[in-house]
Design a protein around this ligand. Structure first.
Ligand code: FES
Length: 113
């Protein structure tokens, strides 16, 4: 069995920014853009960004819209449902900076599209 190559980023977080115009649930209706902007700014200002550290990226629909707004962190595949900017600050401080999952913000496992 071959060993897994090291992850380029220690934590790579993706924010769904999908916007639906047909009235169906979408993360853009829950301030996803503001959360993404907040996360990006916090990671940068705390010096966490870069190879071997943290990367913050936009994503389209991650197909778990019922749990939206959604962000997911790889390689550990931890899914978050956040509410406001203080939740984002907690994800940055606890998970992205100190490697500790924020249990209270985990997306319930059964929630899909
Ligand atoms: S619209 Fe965000 S997960 Fe589908």
């Amino acid at each position: 069995m071959s060993a897994q190559p090291p992850s380029y980023y220690e934590h790579h977080i993706f924010f769904c920014l999908n916007k639906r115009e047909n009235g169906e649930a979408c993360c853009a209706d829950h301030n996803a853009q503001a959360a993404f902007d907040r996360c990006k700014a916090q990671v940068k200002s705390q010096g966490l960004a870069g190879p071997g550290k943290v990367r913050v990226n936009k994503a389209g629909c991650l197909d778990r819209c019922q749990g939206g707004p959604i962000a997911v962190v790889y390689p550990e595949a931890v899914w978050y449902t956040y509410v406001d900017q203080s939740d984002i600050d907690e994800i940055v401080e606890s998970h992205l900076k100190n490697g500790k999952i924020v249990e209270r913000l985990l997306t319930p496992p059964h929630l899909g599209r």
